[in-house]
Design a protein around this ligand. Structure first.
Ligand SMILES: C[S@@+](CC[C@H](N)C(=O)[O-])C[C@H]1O[C@@H](n2cnc3c(N)ncnc32)[C@H](O)[C@@H]1O
Length: 292
């Protein structure tokens, strides 16, 4: 049974280890086929899959989009990344994508989940160009002044500021537009900012069955430690103030510069649920982003 009302607001700050309460990080890991999850996570993830069978497909489409946008940042010459809400390390981690092409490329992950942080610390042990902050992205000051960020990133140079699959967990009471603006202002002109979220708006118009399913999924997450907040394409668009949008603007994830991967998922009901867009932080000298 889902709770009748959402749980109370959680305080801002890192989460300590809790295997009893299902959380977004470990459920996402389960959808992607990872092993860093517990019985409580698996049970709730299975309930999520019962109400919205394409949930794993939605996770894979988002993960594939993450890979594509990191590649575009690298194509633009960006070699340092701040990955907000990075999740449990799994196949295709940002530091792997980056350092395969730029061996000394720098990556700082941020997640408030203890499982994600412990696992990331372990795999990054010998990687002097990557680190993780155990912090809450709703505390930008804490994140931007974290020792790992200060040691590895130089905000005088363009940064890949990744907000992929994270702002769906940040409700309006935490002002996602204001958070994006604060992180944007910390980054040099020319920085690239990809953001993806979940929307219910497109299925409301085009696919009533999936619309009912995604609303049920949001209800299932009332029993997790994070709540899902869907956003309309216009909300997402409004977060890119002070940036120029890269083509094709805001679209569903499989239509944003597709590269042929995940063709089966591209046709799933999930295709209308994830949307994303990428902006370039504007400065006096930044050219029109049509070069990207
Ligand atoms: C769905 S995963 C996304 C992982 C990765 N960015 C991707 O797109 O594949 C979202 C992650 O955000 C983390 N998260 C949610 N709210 C957060 C917050 N306020 N601060 C830091 N991390 C948060 C969760 O713990 C989870 O690991």
């Amino acid at each position: 049974m889902t709770r009748a009302t959402p749980p109370p607001l959680q305080p801002i700050g890192p989460r300590s280890y809790d295997s009893e309460t299902p959380n977004a990080s470990r459920m996402y890991d389960y959808y992607l086929g990872g092993a860093m999850n517990f019985t409580a996570d698996r049970e709730l993830a299975e309930r999520a899959k019962t109400v919205l069978p394409c949930t794993p497909s939605l996770a894979r489409l988002n993960r594939s989009w993450l890979r594509r946008v990191v590649d575009i940042c690298l194509d633009a010459g960006i070699n340092q990344f701040l990955d907000l809400g990075s999740g449990i390390p799994t196949v295709g981690n940002v530091h792997e994508i980056v350092q395969r092409r730029v061996p000394d490329g720098r990556v700082v992950y941020v997640d408030y989940d203890a499982t994600a942080v412990t696992h990331a610390r372990k795999i990054l042990e010998d990687n002097e160009n990557a680190g993780i902050v155990h912090g809450d992205i709703r505390d930008p000051d804490g994140v931007l002044h974290a020792p790992e960020v200060r040691a590895l990133l130089d905000f005088e140079r363009p940064t890949g500021l990744l907000m992929v699959g994270i702002l769906l967990y940040v409700g309006p009471e935490y002002d996602p537009a204001g958070l994006v603006a604060t992180y944007r202002d910390a980054c040099a002109p020319g920085s690239l900012v990809p953001i993806s979220v979940i929307t219910t708006q497109l299925v409301a118009d085009q696919d009533p069955v999936t619309h009912k399913q995604i609303l049920d999924l949001i209800g299932v997450y009332h029993d997790a430690s994070e709540q899902i907040h869907p956003w309309a394409p216009d909300d997402l668009r409004s977060w890119f103030t002070g940036m120029d949008m890269l083509d094709p603007g805001i679209t569903v994830l499989p239509e944003w510069r597709p590269d042929g991967a995940l063709e089966a998922d591209n046709d799933s009901a999930a295709r209308l649920l994830g949307i994303g867009g990428m902006g370039r932080v504007r400065g006096a000298d930044t050219p029109d982003p049509s070069d990207l």
